[in-house]
Design a binder for this molecule. Sequence first.
Ligand SMILES: Nc1ncnc2c1ncn2[C@@H]1O[C@H](COP(=O)(O)OP(=O)(O)OP(=O)(O)O)[C@@H](O)[C@H]1O
Length: 264
Amino acid sequence: MCLEIENVTIIRGDQCTAKGISARFHPGKLYAILGPNGTGKSSLLKALFGEVPIASGRILQDGQPLMSRRLGHWRHSIGYMPQGTELDASLTVLEVVLLGQMDALHMHVSDEQMYKALRLMQRVGIADLAHRDIQSLSGGQRQLALFCQVLLRDPQVLLLDEPVSALDMHHQLSLLNQVYRETRDRNLITIAVLHDLSLAAQFADEVLLLGDGVIQASGIPKAVFDPEVIGRLYDVQVELLHDKAGAPVIRPVRPHYVDQGVLL
Ligand SMILES: Nc1ncnc2c1ncn2[C@@H]1O[C@H](COP(=O)(O)OP(=O)(O)OP(=O)(O)O)[C@@H](O)[C@H]1O
């Protein structure tokens, strides 16, 4: 399966968050969408999920436009994890994870479904939280539970909106590792919005740098991470370093303000 956005324009309120952008996404690859706050990363993910309409352009699956009927079918193949993790319902973590299989659940949860959910929770490191009320979890723990839920849907496409924003370093690495592995093993198209450029460089096959409603640069992280382009886009000075494996590391440089004539 190939997923394509062709000349897509998205308007939110009075803002044009995507101005005729085009990109192609292939199975088995992890794509990171990057860019400053408010540049339309979430809007693009929502458009791919059919939650936000596109003003013009097309979203194509294997060359066929996703029309509304097709979109209903399309959504079944998507694991979409939105930015917020707040839940109103008072459910246990296991119940929340099992909701990922809602289409297949009737009045009965089979041993196989239960086993699948618990095994996944074990892999993600939240098996011990299975019987806790989801409301009682920390933001990071909820993020891990929702990740298990979307993966349990057996999606072909994973859309993850800032999946590691509330996680500590250990859990950021283990979750992204998991995302990377599942993308390869299940041949998924994975598109994740991330804010940490260096983390994106370690995991993403390709990155898309959004800014001012257009794709400013895209490709493998090494090719895209030009400190001048990034510095201009984010309006900060950055330093480009490299880790031991040769992956680019973007380090923001602290600005020095002049205060009463003294350089701080
Ligand atoms: N429901 C809405 N109604 C009107 N405008 C909206 C709505 N949602 C988002 N916007 C606007 O659209 C623009 C893009 O928002 P979006 O959430 O896609 O950005 P983002 O790049 O994901 O931001 P962030 O990194 O802060 O999460 C913003 O200027 C935002 O104010």
